[in-house]
Ligand binder design. Structure first.
Ligand SMILES: *[C@@H]1O[C@H](CO)[C@@H](O)[C@H](O)[C@H]1NC(C)=O
Ligand SMILES: *[C@@H]1O[C@H](CO)[C@@H](O)[C@H](O)[C@H]1NC(C)=O
Length: 310
């Protein structure tokens, strides 16, 4: 299990190197330059036309994948649809379309390729390494750049525009459960005391580097409203907020509203990735829960989740 960290680190490094080689930048030209922290003014000045991708025009809805909220299943459901029947657009769909284009997989079932690549962490890391040139890190060339699917709009004008151009939906999740799900994917500690120690040091690291670890620990308000506290919001980037706790039903209702016949897969993708650790949220120590609650307080307030007991 100790292999997990080097492998995950290797995978992010591979992506960053791919980016440094600018294999992707030629696709997108100058739009990306200077793309860092955005404010409302720079966002408006950029103009919509600069980043509109023709292929996206056909889809009405866009999906924003907030890490560890069930997004892999949402993308999988969509990728399983025939290319002309996709229910929504997403950065993940675009990534797999680039992979299919670059590997000449036209006509193959993107959903099957997607599911297979996500079947376990090892497969995914190999898959990412082989297709590194098709992944995009935003902003490019900075410390703690994240995959585009995980980059919050607060961090990138391009990402902000992407979600503003369409009606966007996303899922949110009880912050402690979300934290624990991300933690298990990245760290190998799996007893209450070690998890507590790692959590406290992680919270210190995140206080100055909030995008570390591929943006897995960024508060959800950053994605939905692009700010660190909902009370400061000027834009809403995710217009339909679903809840991971009731995802099947809320997803079905939203798709029905938009006339899309698409269903979530029965089995939860990626659940086996964290099989190595049996601990549940209930096993976390009071100091762990308190630290996580403090760090994600803005999410508790914004989405109405009850404060955990600790
Ligand atoms: C998970 O829990 C079960 C039942 O308590 C136990 O038998 C098993 O060994 C645990 N697995 C790990 C990896 O800790
Ligand atoms: C968010 O802003 C509101 C209003 O200013 C404030 O009451 C609240 O404490 C803030 N929350 C956090 C987590 O900073």
């Amino acid at each position: 299990m100790e292999l997990r960290i080097p492998f995950l680190a290797w995978c992010f490094v591979t992506l960053q190197v791919a980016w440094a080689e600018e294999r992707c930048s030629s696709h997108f030209g100058k739009t990306w330059q200077g793309d860092a922290e955005v404010n409302e003014v720079s966002f408006l000045q950029m103009g919509l036309q600069s980043v509109v991708n023709k292929r996206d025009k056909e889809e009405v809805l866009r999906f924003m994948h907030i890490p560890k909220t069930g997004g892999t299943s949402i993308d999988s459901a969509n990728l399983h649809l025939p290319p002309d029947k996709r229910a929504y657009d997403s950065y993940m769909l675009q990534t797999y379309q680039r992979i299919a284009d670059s590997r000449h997989l036209e006509g193959q079932d993107l959903g099957a390729i997607f599911d297979e690549s996500h079947s376990d962490m090892f497969s995914y890391i190999i898959f990412m390494g082989l297709n590194a040139g098709s992944y995009r890190i935003i902003p490019p060339g900075v410390i703690d750049g994240c995959e585009d699917i995980h980059t919050p709009p607060s961090r990138s004008a391009e990402v902000a525009l992407y979600y503003q151009e369409r009606t966007t939906f996303c899922a949110v999740r009880e912050p402690l459960a979300r934290y624990w799900s991300a933690f298990k994917m990245i760290f190998y500690e799996c007893d209450p005391k070690s998890v507590e120690k790692r959590t406290l040091s992680l919270m210190t690291e995140l206080s100055t580097r909030q995008y570390m670890y591929n943006c897995f620990f960024v508060p959800q308000v950053q994605s939905v409203w692009g700010v660190s506290n909902k009370s400061a919001a000027t834009h809403q980037y995710c217009h339909h907020i679903l809840h991971e706790e009731n995802l099947d039903q809320e997803f079905a209702e939203l798709m029905a509203e938009y006339g899309q016949g698409v269903e979530l897969p029965a089995a939860e993708l990626m659940s086996s990735w964290t099989d190595h650790c049996n601990m549940s949220v209930a096993d976390l120590t009071p100091p762990t829960k308190a630290a996580v609650y403090e760090y994600f307080k803005a999410d508790y307030e914004a989405f109405g989740y009850a404060k955990p007991d600790f």
